[in-house]
Design a binder for this molecule. Sequence first.
Ligand code: CA
Length: 154
Amino acid sequence: MPVNNKPWGLRVNMTYPVPTFQKLLFWERRWTTSKQAQETRSWGKMSITDVLSADDIAAALQECQDPDTFEPQKFFQTSGLSKMSASQVKDVFRFIDNDQSGYLDEEELKFFLQKFESSARELTESETKSLMAAADNDGDGKIGADEFQEMVHS
Ligand code: CA
């Protein structure tokens, strides 16, 4: 009977070669590169003016600078959101959803205008409620990306 005197570890190494150091480096680099790409795609270092014109945002905020004059459809038109594609609008939603929960609740909606320009005013309670009502199709008290996009394009 043939006797295998090789230590178990060595046999394993012969069957399944362990990654070389170069390969490990390559994997590490690939992982790092894709991570960096994700960060570039995320909103971390971006501002809303990368997708909407600063002038259009300023005009949209101008139209609703007085309390209780915010009209969602007018704002979406003037700011340029309405003419963006569905996927672009969802990107904007992800930017607005700064805790990345996937939803905007009433508390976040209060600061809706400030997502576009930090010096903008807060929405009044009735503006917040009507914005919620305009988007919250399933009535769960939160606005998801799809609901937001449907409201913008409605
Ligand atoms: Ca909802």
